[in-house]
Design a protein around this ligand. Structure first.
Ligand SMILES: *Cc1c(COP(=O)(O)O)cnc(C)c1O
Length: 359
C-alpha cells in the first residue's frame, strides 16, 4: 500500500533517543530547551514552548491569553476536532464561520459579521498546510482588538507572503506521527511576546517557575527529552521533507490538470503540502466511496479529511442547527491522496494514472 502518511525515522533519530535513554534524564530537560530554540529560529520568533501534543498547545495558548467562560473565539468548522475542542476546554464559545471554496480555509470576509462584544480571538487553521489569509485576518483582528491564535498543526514551514505561519499570532503546532515532522506525540507554541511565553511555561508546568512554588493553576503539558531528541533531528530534515511533498503535489496537479469532474488543490509558494486534497464532483460519474475502493485495489491508500464538519458532530449538538454551506458541501467531496516524502515519483505517476482513468 502507498501510505497516506508515514513518519520517516532515520538512524539519527534512533541514536538521539538512545543517547537520552542512556543519560537517565527522560523527562523535560536540555533536549527540550534545544528543540525549543531551534524551532523558534526556524519559525522566526523569539520564543517556542514545547508541549505534550498539539491539543495541549492550543489549550495552553488560549489559557495564557486569558480566554475563558463568556468569551467567544471565531474559527473554522472544517478542521480536526481538536481546534474547536480546545476552545471548549477553556470554557469559551467557538463561533464558526464558513470557509472559502478554493482554499478550504476560514473565509476572512465573514469574520466581521460575527464579531460581538464577547469576541476575544480569531483562531484560523492553516488547513492541509495552506496558510489562511493572514492579511485580512490581521486587519480584522487589529480593527477590533482581537488576539490571533494560529492552529498551525498541519503547517510546519508554511508561509504567507514570505512570513512563516506561527509568527503572525500565537502559533500552535503538533508533532503527531502523521504531521510534516514528528516527535511521536508532541506540540509547540510560538510567540514573540516574552511575558506570554513565561505564562505559557507556567501553565504547562503546574503553574510553577521555581520548583514546588506554584503561582497559578497549571497542568502537566510538558514534552519529554525523548520526544525532543527526535524533534531536533526531524527539524534538520524539514525543508527536504517539505520539498519532496511539494514536488509530489506539483507532479500530481500536472498529471490531473485536464481531468474533468475533479477540483485540484490550490498550490502556492508558501504551501507546506501536509495533505494533497482533491474534490470529487458529481460529473465524474463515480462516488467517493467507489474511488477509495478502486485506489485500494491498486494499492493506494487515501483518506477523507474531514467527512463531517465540526458544527455537525454529535459532540457539538448545540451547533447542529447551523448551516455553513461551503463546509458542508466540501466535506462530501474531499479526498486526500498520498504525497508524503516516502512516496516515489513512480508511485505519484500510478496515483495520477489511476485517478485520470476513472470514468
Ligand atoms: C493534529 C491537529 C491538532 C492536534 O494535534 P495533536 O498533536 O494530535 O493533539 C490540532 N489541529 C489540527 C488542525 C490538527 O491537524
Amino acid at each position: 500500500m502507498i501510505p497516506i502518511a508515514k513518519p520517516i525515522i532515520g538512524e539519527e533519530e534512533k541514536r538521539a533517543v538512545l543517547e537520552v535513554l542512556n543519560s537517565g534524564m527522560l523527562a523535560q530537560g536540555k533536549k527540550v530547551t534545544e528543540f525549543e530554540t531551534n524551532f523558534a529560529n526556524y519559525v522566526g520568533v523569539k520564543h517556542a514552548i514545547a508541549t505534550s501534543n498539539g491539543t495541549t498547545a492550543l489549550h495552553a495558548a488560549l489559557l495564557a491569553h486569558g480566554i475563558g467562560p463568556d468569551d467567544e473565539v471565531i474559527t473554522t468548522p472544517f478542521t480536526f476536532i481538536a481546534t474547536a475542542n480546545a476552545i471548549k476546554m477553556v470554557g469559551a464559545k467557538p463561533v464558526f464561520v464558513d470557509i472559502e471554496e478554493d482554499s478550504l480555509n476560514l473565509n476572512p470576509d465573514l469574520i466581521e459579521a460575527v464579531i460581538t462584544a464577547k469576541t476575544k480571538a480569531i483562531l484560523p487553521v492553516h488547513l492541509f498546510g495552506l496558510p489562511a489569509d493572514m492579511k485580512k485576518i490581521q486587519e480584522s483582528a487589529d480593527k477590533h482588538n482581537l488576539i490571533i491564535i494560529e492552529d498551525a498543526c498541519q503547517a510546519h514551514g508554511a508561509a504567507f507572503d514570505g512570513q512563516k505561519v506561527g509568527s503572525f499570532g500565537t502559533g500552535c503546532f503538533s508533532f503527531y506521527p502523521t504531521k510534516n515532522i514528528t516527535t511521536g506525540e508532541g506540540g509547540i507554541i510560538t510567540t514573540n511576546d516574552s511575558a506570554l511565553a513565561n505564562k505559557i511555561k507556567k501553565i504547562i508546568n503546574h503553574g510553577s517557575e521555581k520548583k514546588y512554588y506554584h503561582d497559578c493553576l497549571g497542568y502537566n503539558f510538558r514534552m519529554t527529552d525523548i520526544a525532543a531528541a527526535i524533534g531536533i533531528e526531524q527539524l534538520k530534515k524539514i525543508n527536504q521533507f517539505n520539498q519532496k511533498r511539494k514536488e509530489n503535489a506539483i507532479l500530481l496537479n500536472k498529471i490531473l490538470k485536464d481531468k474533468q469532474g475533479i477540483v485540484l488543490p490550490l498550490i502556492n509558494e508558501g504551501h507546506s503540502l501536509h495533505q494533497y486534497t482533491i474534490r470529487i464532483l458529481p460529473e465524474l460519474g463515480k462516488t467517493r466511496e467507489e474511488i477509495i475502493e478502486i485506489l485500494k485495489q491498486t494499492g493506494i491508500d487515501s483518506s477523507v479529511f474531514y467527512p463531517l464538519p465540526v458544527h455537525k458532530q454529535k459532540s457539538f449538538a448545540e451547533y447542529n442547527h447551523l448551516t455553513l454551506p461551503v463546509a458542508e458541501k466540501v466535506a462530501q467531496q474531499v479526498l486526500s491522496l498520498p504525497i508524503n516524502p516516502s512516496v516515489t515519483t513512480e508511485e505519484i505517476e500510478l496515483i495520477g494514472k489511476t485517478i485520470k482513468e476513472l470514468v
